[in-house]
Design a protein around this ligand. Structure first.
Ligand SMILES: C[S@@+](CC[C@H](N)C(=O)[O-])C[C@H]1O[C@@H](n2cnc3c(N)ncnc32)[C@H](O)[C@@H]1O
Length: 302
């Protein structure tokens, strides 16, 4: 089952009030959403996920807590349209707990894991057509190198791409994992699982994860009301950098006006970065998924 990461820290920092309107962009197995719903008895929770398995499970779970919620089956990059179409233009808190859930990783059929044999899939939204099988078997050498380098920060992107092309067709996760292993130097095989970066890269490509997150986070900044907070849990440096850069740009004063003796109101930042929290040792010991997590929090101040 899925163990929510940085749960207490998120709940504390979302600054929930009884009548808060909160958006959980990554419902998953409703670990965070359940705790939110318990605390906003007179408020409302909107929860997004693109995975029907997660939604079916979580709707049931949330129904046992209250009925002041709405689950939206959509990519969170549609957050603005989806909320506006429900006459919601401002909210008090927004949460992202990025990436995949443990049940997605553990379910043999989903093809996310290099430990479990499955057809190459990796789609969070099973209604989409692009899957890992297509990427692995149809992308050009240049495109594969690019993806592995950009989304996996993989230093052996060239040799892995060559290995993939030479061994096509590749049908399963374990076949791919073995091909990656044979394409990298022996020393690298001992450092960490050699296929970890390749699987991360293909998953990001299949689900267009980074573009979706960037688009959604920019919309979230428009939707959050004064005093409201956005909490983002990231699991790798690529998504963390997007979050860090966007938070920095909206919370700092433009260089061109910095030197003015009095800074006009319209140039004052509308956001304040509150803090970045990493999981405690005990949490990492209990939940390996937490080892690379970072929670960034920003508040709208104007
Ligand atoms: C790490 S899990 C969230 C776990 C949840 N916070 C909990 O405590 O149970 C991430 C979830 O977000 C969903 N997800 C990831 N990217 C998404 C996107 N762009 N749009 C909608 N849902 C997304 C995944 O399908 C997955 O169910």
């Amino acid at each position: 089952m899925h163990k929510s990461v940085l749960l207490e820290e998120c709940i504390e920092n979302l600054n929930l009030k009884e009548n808060s309107i909160i958006v959980d962009c990554t419902l998953g197995y409703a670990g965070h959403s359940s705790e939110i719903l318990k605390r906003i008895k007179k408020g409302f929770l909107f929860a997004f996920d693109q995975d029907l398995d997660a939604i079916n499970y979580s709707e049931n779970k949330l129904n046992k807590i209250g009925n002041n919620f709405c689950v939206i089956k959509s990519n969170f990059d549609n957050i603005k349209n989806e909320l506006n179409s429900r006459n919601i233009f401002k909210v008090n808190g927004i949460l992202y707990d990025l990436g995949v859930s443990s049940p997605q990783l553990d379910n043999d059929e989903r093809g996310f894991s290099f430990h479990k044999d499955a057809r190459l899939d990796m789609r969070m939204d099973k209604t989409k057509t692009l899957d890992a099988y297509y990427v692995v078997n149809n992308y050009s050498y240049e495109d594969l190198v690019n993806i592995l380098y950009k989304y996996g920060e993989e230093k052996y992107s060239h040799s892995i791409a060559k290995g993939i092309i030479k061994n096509r067709p590749i049908t399963t996760t374990l076949e791919l994992s073995e091909i990656v292993k044979m394409s990298v130097p022996e020393k690298y095989r001992r450092e960490t699982h050699p296929a970890r970066r390749t699987f991360q890269a293909i998953r990001i490509e299949v689900n267009n994860e980074l573009d979706a997150f960037e688009k959604s986070l920019k919309s979230a900044l428009e939707l959050i009301d004064v005093g409201g907070r956005i909490c983002v849990i990231t699991f790798h440096s690529l998504e963390d950098k997007i979050c860090k850069d966007i938070f920095k740009s909206v919370s700092s004063i433009d260089d061109t006006v910095k030197k003015l003796p009095v800074i006009p109101n319209e140039y004052l930042p509308k956001f304040k970065i509150l803090k970045t929290i990493e999981p405690k040792k005990e949490e990492v010991n209990e939940n390996n998924r937490a080892r690379s997590a970072k929670l960034r929090i920003i508040e709208r101040i104007g």
